[in-house]
Design a protein around this ligand. Structure first.
Ligand SMILES: [Fe+2]
Length: 477
């Protein structure tokens, strides 16, 4: 556990404890929570709602963002409505116990964080609800709206606190975590009216009538699980696809995952938005998906490629974009896949974009792709470059093949931080070679022919580096 996480857990736990103690000292238990016509009905009522919350919490579902949701939320809100801050606090504190905690799968500070992040918000929301005059039975709408509002407050506070814990633990941004689970959160808020209805049934028909809600609550829980399963299936499918491409060539096994990591680190240094970071995450994995359509005889060839073979290889960004186009969820990744071989000076492919015309994320991916390729063995270069040599190549071809700003950012990541930096080349006119390539294009030359008019440059995923002159190939695939 990091120090920051420890401090945050301690603050939330102390605040939640103080809120619950102050509720016990200052408030009275709402008599509406009592089970009528039985001895000790008040305490039995409190016990009933605690047990119901335990039942709901025992079926927690892990969301993709790393937080857990369960339907114990509904009985806590009902207990809040009936019994006020003390009952809400006790139901949250005791009832939030999850099966994985009892199985000792959660460290002590994790258990403390879980209970603190639910108890404090429950007591605070119950306080807010208790300020609304709801005693007039004829105005049922005020009671309903106040309960739903308190439920929203409770859920929002709980979500933000939990997201803050996970954010510090995993180093992810809070907004990304909240957005990752947004669909499930909306479902969860739909439980607020159900919670109000549970309280009304408890009052009008008795405790047994509340048990009828077990079916819709269990169905809701199944819906969360389904949501998570579908998302995980999508994630795993995308990873398998990327792996399938990498594994066709033993030399590129794991390449996409490493490119993904480097690209995301550069993105973080460049402070791209969370959406862009997610695009780098998926785009990094899928950037070479178009190689599915490149024949083995070309993809695995160890000798120099012929012009026809090079054309086939160079078609993979366009092919990749075409493969991904029908998947609407991957629309933000399309520009990365299509343009990850564009050169900063305009002599790349497939569209020969120049400098800022190339999407920023594609420029980031290009640097990550090249660094990974240069530092890994390839059939045409069995001895990979050292990271120092690879960085020298990135610097040397900054402004030609690579965006110099992206190379600057790369140097500030963990991949480049420790390496000796040769600095940006001086006196380079950019885009010098783009002009040459552009004039060739105007003259009607094919892109591969245009590329052959430029000096050999640093490596990409399937091209040799200038550091190995015996096997120089154009960095065009
Ligand atoms: Fe590629």
């Amino acid at each position: 556990m990091s120090r920051r996480l420890g401090v945050l857990i301690a603050i939330v736990a102390l605040a939640s404890g103080a809120l619950l103690v102050s509720a016990i000292l200052r408030c009275q238990i709402g008599t509406a929570v009592a089970i009528q016509n039985v001895p000790n009905g008040l305490w039995l009522g409190v016990l009933f709602w605690i047990i119901l919350t335990i039942a709901g919490s025992s079926l927690a579902v892990r969301m993709p963002g790393g937080t857990f949701v369960d339907v114990g939320f509904a009985p806590i809100v009902a207990a809040m409505s009936l019994g006020g801050p003390i009952v809400a606090g006790l139901a949250a504190l005791i009832g939030a116990t999850q099966a994985r905690e009892l199985r000792r799968q959660v460290p002590w500070y994790g258990t403390l964080a879980n209970h603190a992040s639910i108890t404090g918000p429950a007591v605070l929301s119950a306080y807010a609800l208790s300020m609304v005059p709801r005693s007039n039975p004829s105005n049922v709408w005020i009671d309903f709206l106040a309960t739903v509002a308190a439920a929203c407050l409770f859920f929002s506070l709980n979500t933000l606190t939990t997201a803050a814990f996970v954010s510090i633990r995993d180093g992810e941004s809070m907004s990304k975590l909240v957005r990752a689970d947004a669909g499930a959160y909306l479902n969860m808020l739909a439980l607020a009216p159900v919670a109000w209805l549970m309280a009304q049934m408890y009052l009008s028909a008795g405790w047994w009538a509340v048990l009828l809600f077990a079916v819709p609550l269990y169905t809701t829980r199944l819906a969360y699980q389904r949501f998570v399963e579908v998302r995980e299936m999508f994630t795993e499918t995308v990873k398998s696809l990327a792996e399938a491409v990498d594994k066709r060539d033993t030399f590129t096994s794991g390449h996409s995952q490493r490119v993904q990591k480097i690209a995301m680190d550069i993105g973080r240094v460049m402070k791209v938005s969370d959406d862009d970071l997610e695009a780098l995450e998926w785009g990094g994995l899928l950037h070479d998906i178009g190689k599915i359509g490149v024949p083995d005889s070309v993809l695995l060839k160890q000798d120099r490629l012929t012009r026809e073979e090079r054309t086939l290889m160079n078609a993979h960004p366009v092919l990749g974009a075409e493969i991904i186009t029908p998947v609407r969820r991957l629309a933000p990744e399309l520009p990365l896949i299509r343009h990850h071989h564009e050169w900063f000076n305009g002599s790349g492919y497939p569209d020969r974009l120049v400098a800022d015309e190339i999407p920023k994320l594609a420029r980031i991916l290009h640097v990550a792709d090249a660094f990974e390729a240069m530092t890994a063995a390839r059939p045409y270069r069995m001895t990979p470059l050292t990271p120092e040599q690879a960085l020298a190549e990135l610097r040397k071809y900054g402004g030609i093949q690579f965006d110099p700003d992206v190379v600057d950012a790369f140097i500030r990541t963990k991949w480049g931080r420790e390496l000796p930096d040769p600095g940006r080349p001086e006196g380079r006119e950019v885009p010098l070679i783009g002009e040459a390539a552009g004039s060739l294009a105007i003259a009607g030359q094919a892109p591969s022919a245009a590329a052959s008019a430029i000096p050999p440059a640093a490596a990409s995923a399937d091209s040799a580096s200038t550091a190995d002159p015996s096997r120089q190939r154009q960095a065009t695939a």
